[in-house]
Design a protein around this ligand. Structure first.
Ligand SMILES: [Zn+2]
Ligand SMILES: [Zn+2]
Length: 183
């Protein structure tokens, strides 16, 4: 469908206008004010204020949409007032300091689920992935995040599930992150 709508294109120097399409060809003489071009010795192009305003509004709308999307994406990680992604990043950095063998490793990917009860639970998959099911208590969410990261430290130190090596790693990590244990 051809858009036959006409818009007023005006010369920025003298204000003289012409009715042209939405995108007049660049070599169309009406696109330029020939009088002003002659006077100034340079091609003076007409502009279309209506289209410029529309395009500007469109750009602002898509900027606002992108911002909203970014905010929604960030919001997705917030449970019980805790930004899980940020908190995991913080705990991971401290774990890397405690256990240099973790230093080169990327932060585990995080998947978040929710439950209605107070307590949270989690699972770590081979240093690469942490699943956390968040309850309603923010302190417990943080504890479970730290607990799962402690599994990574423990694994790299050759420990097993919840053995003494694990317990030592968890204690160090809780201490350095300032996160309270469960008991
Ligand atoms: Zn002009
Ligand atoms: Zn565990």
């Amino acid at each position: 469908m051809k858009d036959t709508k006409r818009y007023r294109w005006v010369c920025p120097e003298c204000g003289a206008g012409k009715l042209l399409g939405k995108q007049p060809p660049l070599n169309l003489t009406d696109r330029y004010c020939l009088e002003c071009s002659k006077t100034t010795g340079m091609l003076v192009a007409r502009t279309c204020p209506v289209l410029d305003r529309k395009r500007k509004a469109g750009r602002e709308r898509s900027k606002a949409r992108a911002k909203k999307k970014r905010e929604q994406m960030a919001q997705k990680w917030v449970v019980a007032g805790i930004n899980l992604k940020q908190e995991l990043a913080r705990i991971w950095r401290i774990a890397q300091r405690l256990e240099p063998a973790l230093a080169g490793r990327p932060r585990p990917k995080l998947a978040v689920f929710q439950r209605k009860g107070r307590y949270s639970s989690g699972h770590t998959y081979a240093l690469r992935k942490i699943h956390i099911t968040c309850g309603t208590d923010p302190a417990d969410i943080r504890y479970v995040l730290a607990h799962e990261v402690a599994h990574s430290i423990c694994r790299i130190r050759g420990g097993g599930c919840h053995d003494d090596i694990f317990k030592a790693a968890e204690a160090e990590l809780l201490h350095d992150t300032g996160i309270r244990g469960r008991n």
